[in-house]
Design a protein around this ligand. Structure first.
Ligand code: NAP
Length: 289
């Protein structure tokens, strides 16, 4: 039998395969996180990136079923298409109409969404911030913002105020938070305990680095940017300069991956092993600059 050596794992015909589907997918950190977990847990599993073009998610899922792939992470542009294509979906997937994960236990396709739970776990990590009873503002109303809005409401936030340039999308997102949710304006950033930026502005390769200064939280406030490349967008850097406690999106990425891995493997995933895989500067590097 041919055996390929990759890191400390010996791949063979018995190796369990998981992966991430997206386009582009070559810069995804998910396989690095998954493989770090498999090494830490001593599992004969491997994770790879599968470039899947827009519109091809259903075909990719059928292929994964036929090949015995155990699980898939799902990134842009497939989260909505996967929510439509799976055989079963969690309540969160149904509410968000988006799946960031497929569980293929017994070859059956179950759609899962761990983005919101990953976000809440990231802000709660090390007792950093608990959204319960707090007024929160979410900037943006796309897929990531919607997951955060729902998760903040489920975590007991007293108010979840959505601020977005397209009002209709803001209204749809705010509804996810039930009675705690409403549409607001940038003027409300100043009165929030937590401000979450869920827009791609300032991301590497994306324009829109400029921001309205009313969007920047300051002293006594907590700022989270879901972007993690660069580690600090101009918005997050401005919030830090203004005295806010800041975190970028790396923690959210890490914890949403950990929840997916736990679902696939049935094992507890050591978060420190994942941090070591993506934050070479150590845990201190997780907070942006
Ligand atoms: P999306 O569905 O395309 O939504 C983008 C949202 O941002 C929309 O509400 C859009 O407003 C708004 N927006 C876009 N450019 C803007 C700008 N220049 N100024 C103000 N608002 C702007 O994207 P998404 O999937 O929600 O992702 C948003 C960001 O989160 C991306 O950078 C993504 O990489 C990141 N993300 C990170 C994680 C993580 O694990 N850390 C997970 C998911 C996503 P309109 O509605 O008006 O168009």
């Amino acid at each position: 039998m041919t055996r390929l050596q990759k890191g400390s794992t010996t791949l063979s015909a018995r190796t369990t395969v998981v992966g991430v589907i997206g386009m582009p997918v070559d810069h995804s950190l998910s396989p690095r996180l998954h493989n770090a977990a498999f090494t830490a847990l001593g599992l004969d599993w491997v994770s790879v990136g599968f470039p899947v073009a827009a519109g091809d998610a259903p075909t990719a899922l059928a292929g994964a079923q036929a090949l015995g792939v155990r699980g898939l992470s799902v990134t842009m542009p497939h989260k909505e298409a996967v929510a439509d294509a799976v055989e079963e979906a969690t309540a969160t997937v149904r509410a968000l109409h988006a799946a960031n994960c497929v569980d293929l236990a017994d070859g059956r396709l179950t759609g899962v969404n761990t983005d919101g739970a990953g976000f809440v776990a990231a802000v709660r990590e090390d007792g950093w911030f608990d959204p319960a009873g707090e007024r929160c503002v979410v900037l943006g109303a796309g897929g990531a913002a919607r997951a955060v809005v729902l998760a903040l409401a489920q975590a007991g936030a007293s108010e979840v105020v959505v601020v977005n340039r397209t009002r209709r999308r803001a209204e749809e997102a705010a509804r996810l938070a039930g009675t705690a949710g409403r549409v607001g304006t940038l003027a409300e950033v100043a009165g929030a305990a937590l401000v979450v930026k869920a827009t791609p502005a300032g991301m590497t390769g994306v324009g829109g680095a400029d921001h309205d200064e009313r969007a920047v939280p300051g002293r006594g406030q907590v700022a989270v940017d879901l972007v993690y490349d660069p580690p600090a967008t101009p918005w997050l850097a401005a919030a830090e300069d203004a005295g806010a406690r800041c975190r970028n999106g790396l923690g959210t990425l890490l914890h949403q991956a950990a929840f997916q891995l736990e679902r696939w493997t049935g094992l507890e995933v050591p978060r420190l092993a994942l941090w070591a895989a993506v934050s070479p500067g150590g845990p201190a590097a997780r907070d942006g600059r």
